[in-house]
Design a protein around this ligand. Sequence first.
Ligand code: PLP
Length: 378
Amino acid sequence: MKFETKAIHGLKYIDKRYSSWNNNISMASAYKTKEFGTEQEFEYGRVSNPTRRELEKLMAVLENGKHGYAFSSGMAAITSVFTRFKAGDHIVLGTDIYGGTYRIITDIFAKFNLKYTFTDTTNLDKVKDAIKPETVAIFIETPSNPLLDITDIRGIVKIAKEHGLLTIVDNTFLTPYLQRPLELGADIVVHSATKFLSGHHDVIAGIVVVNDDSLSEEIWFAQKAIGAILSPFDSWLLMRSLKTLKIRVDTAQNNTFKLLEFFRNHPSVEKVYSPIENNNKGKEIHKNQASGIGAVFSFVLKQENKVKSFFDNLKLVTLAPSLGGAETLVTHPSTVTHAEMPESEKNARGITNTMIRVAVGLENIDDLIEDFKNALEK
Ligand SMILES: *Cc1c(COP(=O)(O)O)cnc(C)c1O
């Protein structure tokens, strides 16, 4: 089955009681013990829930993995994965990773003596240099945010395997429709399902998918021990969303291609960042590991004094810090998503006050262009 067919038929779910082929929402927190002294699949809702289980199986199918787990947020998923490490272990992470991931590593896991090095993972030599005897994993995000830098997943996997490390990939930006890290050799895929997977800006959720059985046991243990699980209703909403993932991403991506064209050619715009710009040194690598560019890009205005008027004059597009939903959103990375990064570091990387990130939605492209044009020219 092709991706979109799997998203719709991948589970072959038929409800036993009513023959409905749509998942039921099972709200029960506890299940009747059928026979004293024996184990059963569903006993207590934190540990396992039928609706969540269906979603977890579907996500495993879509990532082409064996085991899926659903959490109450992307951060809950990532946190639960990190709890498999112990004090003294060392992790190499990309410099451009999601701010929340940076924060749990530096402000929370650091207190438990988990060691870390942030490095430019687009440069494999720098990744090799960052590895120490205590290193246990490499954590990457590709394309990165907001620069859309590309990390070579196969290259990272090769280095990780040589050193006996796990490769963890945050696949939020592309979804399994456009990029499947497990097929490229990664060990753990994490998602903020809040973004494209849910797709309507109305669910906060996280996903983990793995292949290895013993790794799966560890994630399952963390999920039940920590309890940051996805609710039955949100699990159901996500399964509903996944049926349209392909058409949503296709539409948002087509809009993105047209918006890139528009911004590249606009006289007020200095520069555009996307996985297919000629200025992106990972352009070819990206083509070899993903089947699309997704629907997030950034652009830089020539004049800083135009930034506020740009945001103020948008009528359709909303200033808000998320991505992957039906509505097109813009954000200001230097003061929002990357507010905690030191000024010197931001400037060195090009995350300037004139940079704007666009998370493209599903509106008609003519309406989007008209709104952007108006805001740029006012
Ligand atoms: C949003 C996001 C997260 C965090 O997910 P939440 O669902 O907000 O907890 C992690 N990684 C990436 C790339 C994200 O965009």
